[in-house]
Design a protein around this ligand. Structure first.
Ligand SMILES: [Ca+2]
Ligand SMILES: [Ca+2]
Length: 348
């Protein structure tokens, strides 16, 4: 670094508007830096624009540096001498642009179950069929394991073979978010790339103080492709990626990736394989396991209600007789000595 400065002689340090952490790429992590430096001020940038081209930083630089050594002046994206919301707007305008060789943003560490807060995905149903609109809540932490939260950046990637990208898909921030404490001002940014099926989300507090808490970060909604023959498991239709949670020092926070849950908070696990015949069924159907004694079967409808049914257990097989079930997709939860197995049955 010093060598470069010496060989190029007197030069102003330069910045690219939107790349608040000066790592070569503009993305949600830059909003986290703006949130941490929020309301700080220093010299304005001479001749400032928000165009993504190299611009001279003020000389001298601002008095504060972020914990990784990047000067606060980089986060003044519009160059007016104060870090505020307009600078986060520039991040969103120049989103995805790069300069030089982009560095990586350190993702949060994988945490330890039972110690670190969990990132949870909760739907009101586990299965969905073609044309159906699906909602999934994304939340962080619980009352027993809250998060020490200042900001978050993540990307939701929708599986275009299962989700109709031509239909509206969206993400909504919570209406009275837990992360604003007592109505502290927060930054909430959202960018939807319709063609790629990606949703970029950034949230940051602005008061230089983290909050101990837990709750929803937002709600994801999408529509399942019409010509998906069978119902799909909602948990396979999207993923949350590039997840960064930070505290007020921009230290990345460990978290645990939780399983997909339906609202009743029943965890869905996979167990021994099941054979169901016939499927679809119009009346009684048979459930077979591969070598495991069946101990109990519960049948759930798409919104997680247990169904009335008569079940006859015969060791490794069982006969299930639907009792006035409306046509549709149902979830079978089969308990065996080898663990719990989940499968689905279509009823005509
Ligand atoms: Ca950056
Ligand atoms: Ca500014």
């Amino acid at each position: 670094m010093w060598g470069m400065l010496l060989t190029t002689g007197m030069t102003f340090a330069q910045m690219y508007p939107g790349d608040a952490n000066n790592n070569g790429i503009v993305n949600g992590v830059d909003v986290l830096y703006i949130g941490v430096g929020y309301n700080a001020s220093g010299d304005s940038r001479p001749g400032a624009t928000t165009i993504f081209e190299p611009q001279n930083l003020p000389d001298p630089l601002w008095s504060d540096d972020f914990p990784d050594g990047v000067n606060y002046a980089y986060a003044d994206c519009d160059g007016n001498g104060t870090i505020e919301q307009a600078d986060a707007d520039v991040v969103w305008t120049n989103f995805g642009l790069t300069h030089g060789i982009p560095g990586s943003d350190d993702p949060s560490m994988q945490g330890t179950p039972g110690i670190d807060p969990e990132l949870r995905l909760q739907g009101n149903q586990f299965l969905a069929s073609g044309g159906e609109q699906v909602s999934v809540h994304i939340s962080l932490g619980t009352n027993l394991l809250p998060a020490n939260f200042y900001g978050a950046s993540f990307v939701i990637i929708l599986d275009s073979t299962l989700i109709d990208l031509g239909q509206n898909f969206e993400f909504q921030f919570p209406q009275n978010p837990w992360y604003d404490g007592m109505n502290d001002p927060v930054l909430e940014y959202l960018k939807i790339d319709e063609e790629a099926g990606k949703i970029y989300v950034a949230i940051s507090r602005t008061e230089q103080e983290a909050i101990q808490g837990f709750g929803r970060l937002g709600k994801l909604s999408f529509v399942i492709i019409e010509d998906v023959v069978d119902a799909i498991s909602i948990d396979t239709s999207f993923q949350v990626d590039s997840i960064v949670f930070v505290d007020q020092q921009l230290s990345t926070l460990p978290f645990v990736s939780g399983n997909f849950e339906i609202t009743s908070n029943r965890e869905v696990k996979t167990g021994p394989p099941l054979l169901i015949m016939p499927n679809p069924a119009e009346g009684p159907f048979e459930v077979q396991t591969e070598g495991w004694q069946i101990e109990n079967i519960t049948v759930w409808n798409a919104i997680g209600q247990a169904m009335n049914t008569q079940i006859d257990l015969h060791g490794e097989t069982a006969t299930v007789s639907p009792d006035k079930w409306p046509p549709g997709i149902y979830l079978l939860e089969v308990e065996t000595k080898g663990g719990k197995a989940i499968s689905r049955i279509a009823i005509r």
